[in-house]
Structures are given as C-alpha cells and as structure tokens.
Design a protein around this ligand. Structure first.
Ligand code: HEM
Length: 342
C-alpha cells in the first residue's frame, strides 16, 4: 500500500476547502502544480512550526481522464446527487479538491494562496470555504460532530483502498457537501426534540438509548450494518463555516472512505429513506448546496504522475505566474517604505 496522504489527521481549529474545475487547456499547469503541492506545503509549514499544516489533494472523475492516461481508480465516478420525495441534494462540478488543515487560518490561507497563484489561468475556483472550530467540536446546530468516527486500525481499514484495487492502494474516496442551516427554525425547537433529530444528547453527547432514538434520527439513518453484522464507517472531518449577516452558514460535510458506496448508501438512506423512515430528519434543518466526489491518491502518486493522455500536453498552454510568498512580499514592501521615509 502506498503511503497515504494525511487523511487521518485529527480535526484542527481551521481548514480551507478549495474546489476547482480545470479550464480548457489548463491540464499541463494542473499537472505541474500536482507535482509541486507538497513542496509548497513544506515551504509554508516549515515557517509555522507546531501548526500541523497539511493538505490532502483529490481529483474528480472527469478531471482524472483529462489529466492522466492509463488505469483509473476502480470506483471513481461523478457524484450522482439524490432526489427524494421531500429533500434533494445536487451534484456540482469539481475536478480538484484541496483540503487544507492547520491550527490557524493564516497558514491555511497562505498555502491556499500559493496553490491558487500557481493555478491562476488554468482553473476556475468554484467553491472556497473557510471552516472554523466552534467550541467543543460542535457544529452550528450545537451538537458535537465527529464522535463516532472510527479510530486506529478500524479507521485505516474503513478509509484506505487495499488490494482490491492494487494500483490505487493507500488511496481513498472523498465526498464533500456544503449544507446550510436555517438556524432560527432549528433554535426554535426544544432541546429534547433536537436530540431526537440527531440521536444523541446535546450537552453531554451520549447516544440516545435504542428505545428513545427515532428511526428517522441522523444517527440511526447513518448506522450501516452489512448482512454479516459488520458496521461500515466513513471518516468525517466536517467543519462549521459561514457568515452571520446573510445567514449563509452551516456544515461543510467531508467524508473519506475506501469505497464511495458506503457514503452513497448513507446518502440514499438520508434522502430516499429506509423501511422505517421517509428521510433523515436533519434534512428539515440542512440544505445541501454542493455535492462532489473525488479520489484521493496515495502520497507517492504525486512524485511520479502517470503520463498525460494523448493531446493533453498540446493545445493552448497557460502562463503560470511565479508564486510570490506574501510574507516576503510584505517584508519587501515594508523595507521599500522604510527606505523612502529614511
Ligand atoms: C453522526 C452532524 C451530514 C454521516 C453525526 C453526529 C452529528 C452529525 C452531530 C453525531 C455525532 C457523531 O458521531 O459525529 C451532521 C451535520 C450534517 C451531517 C450537521 C450536515 C447537515 C452527514 C452526512 C452523512 C453523515 C451527509 C453521510 C453521508 C454521519 C455518520 C454518523 C454521523 C456515519 C455516525 C453515526 C453513528 O453513530 O454511527 N452527524 N452530519 N452526516 N453522521 Fe452526520
């Protein structure tokens, strides 16, 4: 198995989720950036010791075919989107996902800017979300989010592709969805009722007993048990995001899994229902506005990229501006100002 990217890194206080589509003719610049992104991470991260800066880079289905010839990850496909009787969620475009995490927004931002500068003219950034830690790892609904994630060996088994697709072992599949919450409606609900929506207690985060937890609670809907009794997990790294003035606030959902089929089963159950529930009741208070599926290759994939498909190196090439680190740029500007005033 190839050395995985830092998918299993713990939740940090800050994250930036950057989603881009590749412009026509931008393939060569994107390939170049993919080969350099870890060096950029090191350049920024080394200057910020102890901040745990990491970046997980993932590639969407149609983007994959534009960037690489040869074998493709067995289960890589476009996110389908789901249309339920009451709630739906869209499939939205995305060829590249950069999941940047750190102790501070500043370092996430610096790396995001380095990536964006390199990609300017080659891609269109279709979504950029800055996630933050609310207190006690709570989402904006006020519930602790991430508790039931798998840990240790169970996390490795749930998250990484193994021998079933040997060319891509150590990789993972990731689904992202941006959900907005109508907080006024949610906050009008008594806490006991909110607890029945989620399936856990609000203050202390204990799972409700089976005879109290309704079949349409979020936890019940997302507990997936195979016929042989094995529970199937995904690794979620959700973050709150948003602006208070316009109410565009919510939960950035991001889940890694060894197969997209587990996350997709959860989504089917949430939106299309189960034998016992019409849909996941969390959806009465959560509206998905994006939805995209990507493959996260193992880290060494980027050291030696597969060949480009025939024709991808031709066509109009974009000129990629040199990356100029802001901190140095500011220092230079300050120096120039000091010289003028002296
Ligand atoms: C559990 C929030 C979307 C899958 C939870 C919990 C919360 C939560 C508070 C309970 C604590 C925990 O174990 O983490 C949210 C919010 C969402 C969201 C605010 C956005 C509206 C989703 C989606 C999926 C999902 C889209 C799947 C596609 C899960 C799973 C669990 C979980 C697997 C753990 C269930 C278990 O106890 O085994 N979520 N979630 N969540 N959620 Fe979500």
């Amino acid at each position: 198995m190839g050395e995985p990217q830092p998918v299993l890194d713990p939740l940090t206080p800050a994250a930036i989720f950057l989603v881009a589509t590749i412009d026509e003719g931008g393939e060569a610049a994107v390939r170049q950036l993919l080969g350099e992104v870890d060096e950029l991470r090191k350049s920024v991260g080394f200057r910020a010791p102890g901040q745990g800066l990491s970046c997980v880079t993932s590639i969407g289905s149609s983007g994959w075919d534009r960037l690489f010839a040869g074998p493709r990850p067995a289960e890589l496909h476009e996110f389908p989107g789901y249309r339920g009787a009451v709630h739906s969620c869209p499939a939205t475009p995305g060829d590249l996902l950069f999941h940047i995490r750190s102790e501070t927004t500043g370092t996430c931002y610096e790396l995001a800017m380095a990536i964006a500068t390199r990609l300017r003219g080659a891609v269109t950034f279709v979504d950029e979300t800055s996630g933050f830690r609310y207190f006690e790892q709570r989402d904006l609904l006020g519930f602790v989010d991430g508790t039931a994630n798998p840990e240790g060996a169970a996390a490795v088994a749930s998250v990484f592709v193994g021998d079933e697709d040997a060319d891509f072992a150590g990789g993972s599949y990731v689904i992202v969805q941006k959900y907005v919450h109508p907080l006024d409606q949610w906050n009008a609900l008594p806490v006991e009722e909110q607890e029945r929506v989620i399936g856990r207690t609000k203050l202390s985060d204990y799972e409700l007993p089976d005879d109290v937890k309704p079949p349409n609670s979020h936890v019940t809907i997302n507990t997936i048990i195979d016929l042989d009794g094995t529970e199937r997990d995904v690794l979620r790294a959700n973050m709150p995001f948003g602006t208070v003035g316009d109410g565009q606030l919510g939960t950035y959902y991001i889940a890694y899994c060894a197969t997209p089929s587990v996350t997709e089963r959860m989504l089917e159950r949430m939106f299309l229902g189960t034998d016992d529930a019409a849909y996941d009741r969390i959806l009465d208070f959560s509206t998905a506005i994006t939805g995209t599926l990507f493959f996260t290759p193992a880290a060494d994939f980027f050291d030696d990229l597969p060949d480009a498909p025939a024709g991808a190196e031709d066509g109009p090439q974009v000129t990629v501006p040199e990356f100029e680190p802001v901190i140095e740029a500011n220092a230079a500007a300050e120096k120039a100002a000091a010289t003028t005033t002296a």
